[in-house]
Ligand binder design. Structure first.
Ligand code: GLN
Length: 507
């Protein structure tokens, strides 16, 4: 991961424009600076500086580290009934942090995203049932191993056709993107003639098998065994493959104080019996938990979903406010006489309307920090993405609105002796607003729904909360119905409200 120094980012006009928008939008939000506080860059930099100065730094105490993890990898990390992150990794990390006197801010991102976040220095470390492999050791430093694992294959509970790798010929199997299971599946796929489909998390993989889209899943054996014991609808059909052990990871050469503290704490927990207690707590428990009915699910998931809905609304409101400013600014640029202003607005719209929102979200959250070395928190990245994207559409709404007012209106107003600005303000804009309102309402609804895409960068909005819930209870369909109903209710209320306002003010 080579980081370009900020001054070398000359990529011509487009990139410069993008960087300028980024800066402006960050200033608007006023949270760019604050976000750095919650990130590990300051301690990391201090540790590095101290190391360079020849001082041995092994003490992480008093510091706060962001640590990324998988969304669901029970019994290592998953949500309990109340939405709390629990599991062997979580308990171990918290116990070690307590022992060593440092604090952790755990970010449940998904496995692949957690590794991305670590590489872009969004987090100081990863704990996610992460196997210590030679390939990974080239870019990460690992702690002492804390659990021995291995890959295994599972199929649908009622599947009687697939009993071994040989039965996979011509079929599709699934494995987690970026995982050891995926590497293993890929290593034997030619020999047995099957296709590997990579998915983001264990819950989705199991659903894929149950839905019959894949015939088998390759995942770590303790996780499959735990899932089967919880009635996840699968059964295990092969012996486990020789696999690697799990370790806690930091970027190579970075956060060595944290790594040392982890190793130290782990050794203490192993010696005082706490480590065994944590393992027993999750592994001894294999009784199946009873599942309640649909309304029980609504009740249980309500607190987490409300938290998500709140963040959905926060992100929507912030993004729309900024998008409105951008839309008005660039909309007027687009109808201005100045070629330069029109050029700027056109470039902006072209970039943000011409690239997918998902790519923009990944770029702002993972890409930009890698290029600039400046971490960005998930709310800032999310709002930046949505506002710049919605701003581009708003620009076009504003331009269209203004241009659809008969030019004769402006001419008539000017011939009555009113200046350009006054004519615009008193005559053209009021008529334009009336034309623009339905499109604005449309854009509000689109942006609200687009917040769901931010789930992929781990922004804990409504869709993300839903995913977290079905990741641990395996009730995908019902949970998604509840999530969809919540969006529907909120959007219906908001549209009704805007329509009332529209009728009231745009008579
Ligand atoms: N142990 C596997 C790996 O490191 C899978 C980890 C996970 O899915 N969280 O690749």
């Amino acid at each position: 991961m080579h980081k370009l120094p900020p001054m070398r980012r000359r990529r011509g006009g487009t990139f410069a424009a993008l960087a300028a928008f980024f800066t402006v939008a960050t200033m608007f939000l006023g949270i760019g600076g604050a976000s750095a506080l919650s990130m590990p860059s300051a301690p990391a930099a201090a540790a590095q500086a101290a190391t360079q100065a020849g001082i041995q730094v092994t003490d992480a105490s008093g510091k706060k580290f962001a640590v990324a993890t998988d969304t669901t990898f029970a019994p290592f990390e998953f949500r309990d009934g109340s939405g709390e992150l629990v599991g062997i990794d979580m308990d171990l990390l918290r116990a070690i942090a307590k022992q060593e006197g440092f604090e952790v801010d755990i970010k449940s991102l998904g496995f692949d995203a957690a590794l991305q976040a670590l590489q872009s220095n969004q987090v100081a470390g990863v704990i996610a049932g992460m196997s210590i492999t030679d390939e990974r050791k080239k870019i990460f430093d690992f702690s002492e191993p804390y659990f021995d694992s291995g890959v295994q294959m599972a199929v649908g509970k009622n599947d009687s056709d697939i009993k071994s790798y040989a039965d996979l010929k011509g079929k599709t199997v699934t494995a987690k993107r970026g995982s050891e299971g995926e590497t293993f599946a890929n290593s034997i796929k030619d020999q047995y003639g099957f296709t590997v489909k990579a998915l983001a998390d264990s819950a989705t993989m199991y659903d894929d098998v149950k839905a019959g889209n894949s015939v088998a899943v390759f995942d770590d054996y303790p996780v499959l065994a735990y899932g089967v014991s919880q009635n996840n609808g699968l059964k295990i059909v092969t012996e486990k493959e020789q696999g690697s052990s799990y370790g806690f990871a930091v970027n190579k050469g970075q956060n060595q104080d944290l790594l040392a503290a982890f190793n130290d704490g782990l050794a203490t927990l192993k010696a005082n019996g706490e480590y065994d207690k944590i393992l027993d707590k999750y592994l001894a428990k294999s009784e199946v938990t009873e599942q309640g009915g649909f309304f029980q699910l609504v009740k249980d998931s309500f607190p987490a979903l409300m938290k998500g809905l709140w963040l959905t609304i926060v992100a929507t409101v912030l993004s729309l406010a900024i998008a409105l400013v951008l839309g008005i600014l660039f909309g007027f640029f687009k109808v201005s006489e100045s070629k330069i202003l029109r050029g700027i607005a056109t470039t902006y719209v072209a970039i943000f309307r011409g690239t997918p929102l998902l790519v923009q979200a990944f770029f702002f959250y993972f890409g930009l920090p890698q290029m600039t070395g400046q971490p960005i928190d998930v709310l800032t990245a999310g709002v930046l993405t949505l506002s710049l994207n919605a701003g581009a559409y708003m620009t076009e709404i504003v331009r269209g609105g203004i241009q659809s007012v008969d030019p004769g209106q402006l001419e008539a107003s000017r011939s009555l002796g009113l200046g350009y600005v006054t004519s615009m303000r008193r005559v053209v804009v009021p008529q334009a607003i009336k034309i623009m309102t339905p499109s604005f309402i449309n854009q509000f609804v689109i942006t609200l729904k687009d917040t769901s895409l931010l789930a992929v960068i781990g922004f804990a909005e409504l869709t993300y909360q839903g995913q977290q819930i079905y990741a641990s209870n395996f009730r995908t369909g019902e949970t998604l119905l509840i999530v969809a109903a919540l969006y529907f209710i909120v959007i219906t209320i908001l549209t009704q409200l805007s329509n009332v306002l529209d009728r009231k003010f745009n008579k």
